[in-house]
Design a protein around this ligand. Sequence first.
Ligand code: AMP
Length: 217
Amino acid sequence: MRIVLLGCPGAGKGTQSKILSERYGFPHIATGDLFRAEITAGSVLGLQVAGYLKSGTLVPDAVVVEMVAGKLQGCPDGFLLDGFPRTLEQAQALDKLLRQEGSQIDMVMHLHMREEEVVRRLTGRRSCSSCGALYNVVSHLPRVDGKCDHCGADLIQRDDDGSAIVRKRLMVYEDLTRPLVAYYRAANVFRELDGGRPVEEVTLALMAVIDGARVRS
Ligand code: AMP
């Protein structure tokens, strides 16, 4: 299946995508993670995009689309997109790329959340500096303070999870990404889910949608 997980920063796209891609074996393509890996590696692309990530603004469409196009070539049987598309131009470019190979997006699932809850979640978010596992100082504490449950490495806060940048990222989402809800609703591949519920409940709701679509196809 070709799935897009849509939602504002902090709605749980990363957490849920990791769970779903393990459960179903879908390749997980997370553009934010890919950019952060390039920045850490000090690559040309990493240097090119670092300023955008730091300021909470979007990387130019052409740069993102080129990176995603390369990744999609390795996924002929489907994928789970997390953090892409984020603009109408990206959505149209994705449709075009898929049309060229005779396929299309099968499903878009939108995790919606209230803004205050999003800010609380994002500013409390921590991730493992080694394996990337996600935690939250409010809702999902590690067993040992500041250390990853899985590998024991230090937990860190993302550079762009401070409150000023979080608010900037939410404004960018409202302006540029929210219009995708109408775009995909019109394409009839759209499902809306409450991202504010506990992680396990959201996972079950997403799985019900995916399993239902698989039975029908
Ligand atoms: P994320 O981890 O998805 O919250 O993304 C972190 C940052 O990476 C965003 O604030 C943007 O600067 C950049 N980014 C990730 N995905 C995209 C995208 N599809 N289009 C433009 N910029 C992106």
